[in-house]
Write a protein that binds this ligand. Structure first.
Ligand SMILES: [Fe+2]
Ligand SMILES: [Fe+2]
Length: 151
């Protein structure tokens, strides 16, 4: 599968979120590389990091949406939970030795790009308004939340 290239339609316009989404895309590209060029150990390690980062990103995002009073928070949380379950299933299958190969790659890529372009894009205006231009660099709530969810 070709590497995912970042395109403008993936930008939500919220720098802290776009940075995390780019990181997720990087992990998926790394996974593809590990799968085609390296060992199972490396796939295992990238998969662990991807799951970990995804959980932190979802928690961070949910907290932003909650703070912004985004009306579809619960639906969005359910979509996140379903994805977490799906990726945990793949991880489990991989750990017991199944060759999940390209199926995992296709599924992750399709889901993530679709989620960013549609579901995440949907909260962008509300969250932007709530943040009022605050960024990671300006400290305050965004910086504290990053510490809280990403350690
Ligand atoms: Fe999301
Ligand atoms: Fe997201």
């Amino acid at each position: 599968m070709p590497e995912i290239q970042w395109t403008n339609d993936l930008d939500t316009g919220i720098p802290v979120i776009d940075k995390q989404h780019r990181r997720l895309v990087e992990y998926i590209n790394q996974l593809d590389h590990a799968r085609t060029h390296h060992s199972r150990d490396e796939v295992n390690s990238v998969l662990d990091q991807l799951v970990d980062y995804t959980l932190s990103h979802f928690a961070f995002e949910e907290s932003l949406m909650e703070d912004a009073g985004y009306p579809f928070l619960n639906a969005h949380k359910r979509v996140h939970a379903l994805f977490v379950k799906r990726i945990a299933d793949y991880q489990q299958r991989f750990k017991v030795g199944e060759d999940i190969g390209a199926e995992l790659q296709v599924s992750l890529t399709t889901w993530l790009l679709n989620h960013i372009k549609n579901d995440d894009d949907d909260y962008a205006d509300d969250v932007k308004r709530a943040l009022g231009g605050a960024t990671e660099e300006t400290g305050g709530w965004v910086a504290r939340s990053i510490k809280k969810f990403f350690g």
